[in-house]
Design a protein around this ligand. Structure first.
Ligand code: P6P
Length: 336
């Protein structure tokens, strides 16, 4: 008889709520509605190769990326699943320039949802791992429709964050500030079942993950760090292996489970890197810290950065505590 408890994410959320006597139930309702949206996206992603929803819509999103039909479907699915539950005062999607308001005929709530509906979508046609990323904050304004002020909060104010990785199996990984937990979707019953309770990242790994095609645009300090990782030194597990999918959710998921470091650095072409603080940096940083890891822009904790713009980019170094500390020492010129 299996010793594993069969716990759905809904049960896990309810039990988590019981641990907070003052909980109103709104937060649990929000996560339940979000989980439904993830299942609807999974259903389309899992048949993408069969149904003519591949290929682009012939237009671009605000960042100039080809907008794939699944991107649009995922974006609309999350918005429509979340706009009427009365849990949110405002939303913001990586696919939309401005904030997304709750329709006037629906009640507003006390939370804010910020999401990247389908990250890594350039990999869709190649059937490579893609994912959905989300962040939840408490509202700052007092009542009614939320505003940009409710969205531009530093990452340490998140009340929850997570991602869904649509890969060989589909997993939902999330935190509410009480550790990181993974749920694997059982397609036969359409339920996310607890499969990775209290995920902890190794204090040091042996994998580094970065797009080395940008090497010639990097700073000398970063090049020295990469050379350090590639040197032979058995006492510190070097040389590290290089692994890079080009889809943040897949690269971070591997880093979380195996350890090591993921990087999207600034370079001479992109002085703030490519990844967005609100949609990618903050949720992943919250998860990594909750799993015992570390997340920085090279000199500052990601979660301490005060956002100025909804789509601002941030250099990202995240993973095992010891690996990220060593990276910071090289990046700050304290180590050569
Ligand atoms: P590059 C996908 O387009 C994405 O936003 C992230 O998922 C991923 O980490 C990054 O861009 C990959 O960027 O420049 O290496 O192709």
């Amino acid at each position: 008889m299996s010793k594993n408890k069969v716990i759905t994410i809904e049960r896990h959320i309810i039990e988590g709520e019981r641990a907070h006597p003052g909980a109103s139930g709104h937060f649990s309702g929000l996560l339940r509605d979000l989980t439904l949206a993830f299942k609807m996206i999974w259903r389309e992603v899992s048949k993408a190769g069969l149904v003519n929803i591949l290929g682009t819509l012939g237009r671009e999103n605000i960042h100039g990326d080809d907008l794939k039909k699944l991107d649009l479907f995922a974006d609309e699915t999350i918005y429509r699943a979340m706009d009427h539950g009365g849990h949110l005062c405002v939303m913001a999607s990586e696919e939309n320039e401005d904030v997304l308001h709750i329709p006037e005929n629906y009640p507003t709530g006390k939370y804010v949802l910020i999401y990247d509906p389908l990250d890594g979508s350039s990999n869709i046609d190649a059937n490579i791992t893609i994912g959905t990323i989300f962040s939840i904050y408490g509202r700052v304004t007092r009542s009614g429709q939320g505003t940009m002020v409710d969205c531009l909060q530093p990452g340490y104010k998140q009340v929850a964050a997570g991602y869904v990785v649509y890969g060989s199996s589909t997993m939902l990984v999330y935190t509410t500030g009480d550790g990181v937990h993974g749920f694997t979707l059982d397609p036969a019953i359409g339920e996310f079942l607890l499969s990775h309770e209290n995920i902890r990242i190794p204090r040091r790994g042996s994998i580094y993950s970065v797009n080395e095609g940008n090497y010639h645009r990097w700073s000398d300090n970063l090049k020295k760090y990469i050379s350090y990782l590639q040197e032979e030194d058995k006492t510190t597990g070097r040389p590290y292996s290089s692994r890079y999918i080009g889809a943040l959710v897949g690269d971070v998921h591997r880093t979380l489970l195996y350890g090591g470091i993921f990087m999207y650095p600034a370079d001479s072409k992109r002085p703030h890197g490519k990844l967005r603080l609100m949609y990618e940096g903050n949720p992943m940083a919250f998860l990594l810290e909750q799993a015992g890891g570390r997340a920085t822009n090279g000199c500052e904790r990601i979660l301490d950065i005060q956002p100025r713009q909804l789509h601002q980019r941030v250099p990202l170094f995240l993973g095992s505590e010891e690996d990220v500390v060593i990276a910071e020492e090289f990046l700050q010129g304290k180590r050569t």
